[in-house]
Design a binder for this molecule. Structure first.
Ligand code: SF4
Length: 233
């Protein structure tokens, strides 16, 4: 199953050698995944059976990790308050690419039973790219296991590329973040520089919202703000 929630181009220009190397890398990567489980909601309780002896996800090549920098999968296990979302975005940006996000439970899809709450968000994919949702309130451990297997397949087949969407469309993601946190919202991560590094700098990487980063730069340490965020290619 290919994700339908990312706008990353299906076909990128790659040499034959690069395609072969990517295929090998994806095959190996899919069998060695570390999960950073960000247990924000009720779903946290369904995860232990998956990673311990009951279902033993490690036999598949998936096990927990305690830091974002070594993690491949960011697992959001339920509703997210606005305050918590800030930490999730910071965590996501600290993870090294390629990285994958799984939204567990209805709350990450549409707000779930908290959809009327003033304190929680409704659609996780507006703020960070989501590779896969595990629907339910809460999905059972068997469903989680199935979801992990599906993600492994997607990675192996080269179809888990939502992380690229964050670079190609950073201005839009930042716009949603600013709408929630205020126009002076920023993180320590230089996402635009990373987009250039990965050669994923697109037409929508910068725009009106990234321009606000420069506008409010004087409020924080200006020497950390690179010149290119003012919109110069
Ligand atoms: S989806 Fe259901 S179980 Fe999960 S956090 Fe929301 S209310 Fe709780």
């Amino acid at each position: 199953m290919k994700s339908e929630i990312c706008r990353t181009p299906d076909k990128e220009e790659r040499s034959l050698l690069r395609q072969v190397l990517d295929k090998i890398a994806n095959h190996c990567r899919a069998r060695s995944l570390f999960i950073l489980h960000y247990c924000t909601g009720c779903g946290a309780i369904e995860l232990p059976p998956v990673i311990t002896s009951r279902f033993d996800s490690e036999r598949l090549g998936i096990q927990p990790m305690v830091t974002p920098r070594q993690a491949d999968i960011l697992l959001i296990t339920g509703y997210l308050s606005i305050k918590t979302l800030k930490r999730v975005i910071l965590t996501y940006e600290q993870m090294a690419a390629p990285k994958y996000v799984i939204g567990m439970g209805s709350c990450t899809i549409n707000g779930g039973m908290y959809w009327q709450s003033y304190a929680t968000i409704k659609r996780l994919l507006e703020y960070i790219p989501v590779d896969m949702y595990m629907a339910g309130c809460m999905p059972r451990p068997e469903a989680m296991q199935q979801g992990f297997l599906q993600l492994m397949d997607n990675i192996d087949n080269g179809n888990a590329n939502c992380w690229k969407d964050y670079y190609y469309n950073y201005d839009e993601y930042l716009g949603h973040q600013q709408a929630l946190f205020g126009p002076d919202w920023h993180t320590p991560t230089d996402v635009i520089a990373e987009a250039r590094h990965y050669q994923l700098f697109g037409e929508k990487t910068i725009g009106d919202h990234t321009a606000l980063l420069a506008k409010f730069a004087s409020k924080y340490v200006t020497k950390t703000i690179p010149n290119h965020i003012v919109g110069v290619n």
